[in-house]
Design a protein around this ligand. Sequence first.
Ligand code: BF8
Length: 652
Amino acid sequence: MAEEPKPVLVRERLDVCELDRARMSLLNPALIAQKLEDRTIDENAKPLIELTMKEGLETVWDRFEMQQPPCKYCEAGTSCARCTMGPCRIIPPHRIRGVCGADADLIVSRNLLDTIATGAAAHSDHGRDIVETLYLVGSGKTKDYGIADPEKLRRLCEEYGIATGNVGPEKLAAELGRAMLEEYGMVKNTLQFLNRAPKGTQETWTKLGISPRGIDREVVDCMHRIQMGVGADYVNILLQGLRCSLSDGWGGSMMGTDVSDILFGTPSVLTSKVNLAVLQEDQVNIAVHGHNPVLSEMVVNACRDPGLIELAKKNGAKGINLVGLCCTGSELLMRKGVPMSGNHLNQELVIATGALEAMIVDYQCIFPSLPRIASCYHTQIISTSSKAKIPGSFFFDFSPGNGYLTAKAIVRMAVENFKNRNPQRVLIPGVPVPLMSGFSNEAIKGALGGSFKPLIDLIAAGKIRGAVGIVGCNNPHIRHDYGHVTLAKELIKRNILCVETGCAAIASGKAGLLLPEAASLAGDDLRAVCESLKIPPVLHMGSCVDNSRILVLAAELGNALNVPIHKLPVAGAAPEWYSQKAVSIGAYFVASGVYTVLGVMPHITGSPAVVSLLTEGLKGAVNASFAVEPDPVKAADLISGHIERKRTELGI
Ligand code: BF8
């Protein structure tokens, strides 16, 4: 029998020394109270933030404060350190060009292209890991994974022109996997899923020359353009940004979503619970954090292993309690109903409960600081991706070929760590909030009786004024969850349906908006619709790669009405975004024709020309643009104004 793998400590176990903690600790009650209010609206998070301040445990908010004031050139996007002729800053009126001659427009646009390419690469590389797993399943190279949705596998094969008659699922998996992997390069020079978009939207891309040719190719093209001495025209640079983002939204991310559905099941409506109180005092608590369900699905299986449950009991626990965090949490919540402990800014606080035996991470959105705060408790940080080794963590080289055995070894470590917990230091505040999740497009159609027609009719009749995708992160620039929750509440009040992913959806979950009862907060018409369908006014559609579900929803509505996406009464919003991935998402929303409001200003203000292109000029190119509005109530005004204009233009 194969042996379970052993972890390797990355560098050395980190320690936060007493001096560090004394430096951080805040003992002024008024100051603590003020900071609590400023930092979050998450009531379960407040007692833990208070504890971190009193005990001198450094968190993201402390580091944010210590970074103030920011460098104004970096903030404006007008600093460049790409080559060693510099670094350069644009300081008008005299220093208006870098050493190479790049002006503010070029420096800002190059920095932005770098940001988009980074985000698109992260999403699409995640997609590739999923597609590779499908290919390995199909070619018999892993026995740990299977095909959970053979019907969707067939549907996708047909979309790709792969013959399905009398062919078994393994062979289909291998063929589809290979066809998708080919789209990462440039043999085909196009992406199959672009055909899902309405014809008018596809024509816009073709006319503008921004139809992606290959997923990796577009990222590499971006990186080539930002090499000194290549891209010199800011408009040309930003058009490539749109093309690259489309290769994410309609390529890597869409594959990530659809193939995850094939491998792990297409989500259907279910109930679960959310917030930091999903941790349980009498159980071994394990959190999965990151993005890739190839890891977290195996951890779910390992947590059900009777031998490990028995071991947990022998160690004095009642069982094993697996909870999610961030997007891999959303993947498990959507498909398996695994409880969700929180979103991005909750990640250090889960450890500060003192009740977490292990945090298992893969990649993206994982604070490198986690082993530091974990060193103040018994929590083990377990890293699993060779791309994301974290000093102070225990590393397992996880791959689909050794998935289950590795997951078992990890869970065993967590279970054996239970005896090291100090019960005196456990603080699990409040009680969890129930929620409804699992709204894949298939599930939404199911709730509507099999097609989107009833939704279109409700929109045409004005019972639902339109739909808005609220997506993205938390960011210490914004009071934690305030942007998401306030915007969603404002929109549903105006009879606008919200569809949400990522950390935005988890914020809504914590605020009770993912429950059918939240219909009472909606306008009369939307309330009646939600009550008759027994659904919440805010629908959880998944993780960040699952923004592709929102694209597909918009495409299906456009196709049904025979109009391009930009004519629909829909919009996007990212009230608390921080990540490069979120910039890629915003760019593919806009490039697909979706007006998108950001709550945090990107680093572009140093170039009025770039600002004007993104907020105005793009309308003439892709029929949509960005807006920036930090106040969520004002953002709701912008969005509802846009939706009403689109309704008028459609004559509904
Ligand atoms: O991909 S919403 S903070 S967890 S980047 Fe990250 Fe932002 Fe959360 Fe997931 Ni998305």
